[in-house]
Design a protein around this ligand. Structure first.
Ligand SMILES: *[C@@H]1O[C@H](CO)[C@@H](O)[C@H](O)[C@H]1NC(C)=O
Ligand SMILES: *[C@@H]1O[C@H](CO)[C@@H](O)[C@H](O)[C@H]1NC(C)=O
Ligand SMILES: *[C@@H]1O[C@H](CO)[C@@H](O)[C@H](O)[C@H]1NC(C)=O
Ligand SMILES: *[C@@H]1O[C@H](CO)[C@@H](O)[C@H](O)[C@H]1NC(C)=O
Ligand SMILES: *[C@@H]1O[C@H](CO)[C@@H](O)[C@H](O)[C@H]1NC(C)=O
Ligand SMILES: *[C@@H]1O[C@H](CO)[C@@H](O)[C@H](O)[C@H]1NC(C)=O
Length: 929
């Protein structure tokens, strides 16, 4: 959750950057003519045209309230030429800027919509023959077509219709605007407000725009245009900027049958299309390029050396092509004007020494590079000391590679660095003291490496602007924060994440952080009680608080943590005791498992925390009943009450849509399974193991067609297995555990149609009759299908806690029918279940021979056929099962020589078969006669 919040913040900033830069561009290009705001008299016919235009518009916030009276040249957004008096400029761009009202605007979308103009665009606008500038951007025209008659405003030099929710075909009449220099149809939505989409089936009309310098068709669907788009654009020799971001373009020819006309091009954005080829070298003829964005395509292969023709290049973005590959070449250093380089999310491999040396050789000053992103590639090796030569660097992102070794001490020379992201690598060693020289650092992300050693005051005391500090190491390493108890840091953090680091009893430098929104201090060696004041003083903006896996003790007071924005609280695996505290009303995830909380769940829980989605109280000392109030939690997804002392009956009031994980294992619950559990449409994991529940499996459960796990074991359930349990209705069922109950009757054939079943345990019941022959229809077991989905679901419910999680996974791919009254033979079909790891048929009355082909079960780890009436010899094929670790064939009527099973020298596993002979039994076999 915190990840996505952070991401949306970043996206928001990028959007703002984008908006402001493109807007500055139009202001620069389209002003500087002789049009000024003046006091000249308005021409009556033009005023009438404006009034008709206004009458067609909707204007909920009254932006055009100044449009009254005679003097139209003074109206908001209108400018007239001071000699000719003609209206020359109409700027109705929506001035709304979400940053003005703050990022935490309650409903920025609604506020934005209110300030939009919309409605119809009256053709009277075409009467403004002298209009040279028309800007309707950032408004919401709710999917109307771009009017044809814009093509008749023949003096237009600048037309900006970006972010304005026009849709449909771009009118070819625009091609009549031969003076047009700037055309912006960028069709993205702003703050999610969008209607329909713009498209162009043909770009023939572009040929009329011979003066065009700036063309932005971002988000305009051009898939109908095919490869001809390039020929059409080539008719625009003055082009300086071309933006074709997200146009659904496909082909980018590797060579051109014509020479390029638009050689003045300075900005080219072809990002987020479907280009699927090496990067064409003709692009490198565009030697005026300053900015080249080819991100989010499918470009392949190495970076071509010809890219160094682009001597002016300042901004190169090749990220997210997934399959650009090879080393990152040193010749990139020849791009001596480069300020931003983004090669992230590709397949680049190897070391980066050559590349860094190339960069630092480029100018006597080192390099101009401000931002370098090489994240999510397959880069290896240690980070070289030459990193420190990138003196001007402000942003360095190397996450998600396989870099190793420690941080070079030269990092301290990057004195402008604001963002350092080394997360998700294989780095180790100590964090150098020089890290403490990065005095402009705002965001330090050292997650997911194996750091060790000591972090001292000197690592931190100069980091005045630090807002985000994230460090995790492996739990086997020791990374210690060793700062004086009374030390006060110069920074106020917004985001802190320390995992597997020792910070000791909550230190003062953390206690004074009063602006935190995200706190994770997980397995940080925090012990003792939490100072009452610290929790009360936490910022009211706090969203996430994770203090899990420490040794914090004591009780939590009811008033603590009542923060309005707090959504996730994880205090699991500590030593908190006392009653469950009351919490923030907005909390969605509450993890309190593995503490010593006692007493009941409050009766009015749904009023206290109505937004709960994940509620984990397992492994505490809680008692009392399960309050019906839980049924009222409309967003509840996972309820985990495992290993407490809850008693009484399960309430029969379940009805919410989202609930998918229900775990009350290891309690003292009595009564029957409530019918209403069957009205939970999303129910997937149902674990009622080890209680005192009784009765039959309610037929309502067949409504829960998404069930993946049913564990009713160790209760007192009775009755026959219903045939629907095995039918097509539970097609997602992955694990069925009914052991240690009083179920009786035949094992229904229908169980064999559970195509996703990976684990079946019916042991220690009263099942009778013969084993079904159809187990070879259990396709997931036969073909060893993946069990990943199931494992992930269980991980969430059990929070990955060992040994419980591990022991359930150990029963994946097993069949256990032991301890019943089964008769007849072991069906040969069982030898086709190739994915089987464990087979236990012991303690039944099975007779006949062990199937000859038992050795086909090559993955078998455990085979227990003991305490039956099996006869005949032990199949030779058993010796082929290399994986076999546990075997028990004792107490049957087996005979003859034991096959070669060198891993077993324990005679007891063959005991009680009077006619068996050979190793490891003491009885020697008679030699064959
Ligand atoms: C028109 O505006 C220009 C630019 O500001 C100014 O130099 C010129 O004097 C103005 N002309 C008149 C007639 O006001
Ligand atoms: C280059 O542009 C001019 C002017 O638009 C045009 O006449 C010419 O055909 C173009 N050349 C190519 C090769 O497209
Ligand atoms: C690129 O430049 C080379 C050398 O100047 C020239 O021969 C070639 O025709 C150009 N290619 C295009 C597509 O303009
Ligand atoms: C070196 O850096 C200084 C100051 O940052 C700058 O004024 C100068 O132009 C740079 N020289 C070169 C060759 O880049
Ligand atoms: C870091 O890892 C490398 C390779 O695994 C190892 O050789 C080196 O000893 C480690 N360094 C430290 C300080 O643990
Ligand atoms: C289980 O149920 C049976 C019959 O319903 C009952 O006789 C028996 O006492 C129960 N056993 C336990 C341990 O509750």
């Amino acid at each position: 959750m915190e990840g996505s919040a952070k991401l949306s913040l970043i996206c928001h900033f990028l959007l703002l950057l984008f908006l402001s830069s493109s807007h500055l561009e139009i202001v620069k290009i389209c002003s500087g003519q002789d049009d000024q705001i003046t006091s000249v008299r308005c021409i009556a016919s033009e005023r009438d045209a404006l009034v008709s235009f206004q009458n067609g518009l909707t204007d909920p916030s009254g932006r055009l309230s100044s449009w009254v009276g005679e003097e139209c040249c003074k109206w908001e957004g209108v400018e007239c030429n001071n000699r000719t008096r003609h209206v020359s400029k109409l700027n109705l761009r929506n001035p709304y800027h979400s940053v003005d009202v703050g990022l935490v605007d309650d409903d920025p979308t609604a506020a934005y919509k209110r300030s939009c103009l919309g409605g119809k665009i009256n053709s009277s606008l075409a009467k403004l023959k002298y209009l040279s500038y028309l800007d309707l951007s950032m408004n919401n025209f709710e999917g109307i077509l771009i009017p044809d008659f814009f093509g008749e405003i023949s003096n237009l030099r600048c037309l900006n219709l970006s972010f304005a929710s026009f849709s449909g075909e771009v009118p070819s009449n625009l091609g009549q605007l031969s003076r047009l220099q700037y055309l912006d149809l960028y069709a993205d939505s702003y703050l999610g407000v969008s209607t329909g989409e713009l498209r162009a089936e043909s770009l023939n009309w572009l040929s009329g725009l011979s003066s065009l310098t700036h063309l932005n068709l971002g988000f305009v669907k051009l898939n109908g245009v095919g490869e001809t788009w390039l020929e059409k654009v080539n008719l625009l020799p003055s082009l300086v900027e071309l933006n074709l971001h997200w146009c659904e373009l496909q082909g980018l020819p590797l060579s051109l049958p014509f020479s390029i006309n638009f050689t003045s091009l300075s900005v080219l954005d072809l990002s987020e299309n479907s280009f699927n080829s090496p990067i064409p070298t003709w692009l490198f003829n565009l030697t005026s390029l300053r900015k080249l964005h080819l991100t989010w395509n499918f470009f392949q292969g190495p970076i071509p050396q010809d890219i160094t023709n682009l001597k002016l290049l300042e901004d190169l973005d090749l990220s997210d092509n997934l399959s650009l590959e090879g080393h990152i070449p040193g010749f990139l250093g020849n791009l001596s004007n480069l300020k931003r380089l983004d090669l992230s999310a590709n397949e680049f491999t190897g070391h980066i020494h050559e590349f860094l040396n190339g960069l630092s050789a480029s100018t006597s000053n080192g390099t101009r590079l401000l931002s370098l992103d090489l994240s999510s590639n397959s880069l290896v090796g240690e980070l070289p000391e030459s990193l420190g030569n990138l003196r001007n660097l402000q942003i360095l992102i190397l996450s998600g590679n396989a870099f190793s070794g420690s941080i070079p001490a030269s990092i301290g020379r990057l004195s402008f660095l604001k963002v350092l992201d080394l997360s998700y690598n294989n780095m180790n060693g100590t964090i150098p003291k020089s890290f403490g020289q990065l005095s402009r650092l705002v965001d330090a992300n050292l997650l997911m490496n194996s750091w060790e050693g000591v972090l001292t005051e000197s690592h931190l005391m100069n980091l005045k602007g630090l807002k985000s500090l994230r460090i995790t190491t492996e739990s086997t390493k020791s990374l210690v924060f060793d700062v004086p108890v009374e030390w006060l840091p110069p920074f106020r953090l917004d985001y802190i994440q320390l995992e597997n680091c020792r910070v000791g009893p909550l230190p003062l430098w953390l206690q004074v952080q009063s602006e935190l929104t995200f706190v994770t201090l997980r397995n940080a060696g925090i012990s003792g009680t939490i100072p009452d004041q610290w929790l009360s003083d936490l910022s009211s903006r706090i969203i996430r608080l994770d203090l899990s896996k420490n040794q914090i003790e004591g009780k939590l007071q009811p008033h603590q943590l009542a923060f309005p924005h707090l959504q996730a609280i994880d205090l699991s695996s500590n030593r908190f005791d006392g009653p469950l505290p009351h919490w923030s009303i907005n909390v969605a995830e509450l993890f309190l498992e593995a503490n010593s909380f006692s007493g009941p769940i409050p009766e009015n829980l749904a009023q206290l925390m109505p937004r709960l989605q994940k509620f984990h109280l397992s492994w505490n000392h809680l008692s009392g009943g399960i309050p019906p109030s839980l049924c009222e939690l409309q967003s509840l997804q996972v309820l985990s009450l495992r290993s407490n002392h809850f008693s009484g009956e399960l309430p029969n009031c379940w009805h919410t849509f989202a609930l998918w994980g229900f775990d009350v294992t290891d309690n003292n619950l009595s009564g029957v399974i409530p019918n209403s559990l069957g009205s939970l449409p999303s129910l997937s994991v149902l674990m009622l193991r080890n209680n005192n529940l009784h009765g039959e499996i309610p037929s309502s459960l067949q409504n829960c067609s998404g069930l993946t796990t049913i564990d009713l074991s160790m209760n007192n359930f009775t009755g026959n297995l219903p045939s629907w349990l095995g039918g097509r209705v539970l097609d997602s069922l992955f694990m069925l555990r009914l052991e240690s109950n009083n179920f009786a009757g035949d094992i229904p054939q229908e169980l064999c149609s559970l195509h996703n079943l990976h684990g079946l345990d019916l042991s220690d019941n009263n099942f009778s009759g013969v084993m079904p022959k159809c187990f070879d229809n259990l396709t997931a077991l036969v073909f060893s299908n993946s069990s990943e989905v199931f494992e992930n679901l269980l991980y969430v419910v059990l929070r990955g806690r060992q040994p419980e999680y591990g022991s359930i996974l150990a029963d994946v791919n097993s069949i256990n029918l032991s301890g019943n009254d089964l008769k007849g033979g072991i069906p040969d079909e069982i030898t086709s279940i190739h994915g089987l790891h464990k087979l236990n048929l012991s303690r039944n009355h099975l007779s006949g021979k062990i199937p000859e082909k038992i050795g086909n079960l090559e993955g078998l780890d455990t085979l227990d056929l003991s305490h039956n009436r099996l006869s005949g010899t032990i199949p030779q094929s058993l010796s082929h099962v290399i994986a076999l670790k546990h075997l028990n064939l004792s107490y049957n009527n087996l005979e003859g020589k034991i096959p070669q099973l060198p891993q077993f020298n324990d005679a007891s596993i063959f005991a009680g078969n009077s006619l068996l002979c050979g190793d490891p039994l003491p009885t020697k076999c008679k030699t064959a006669t």
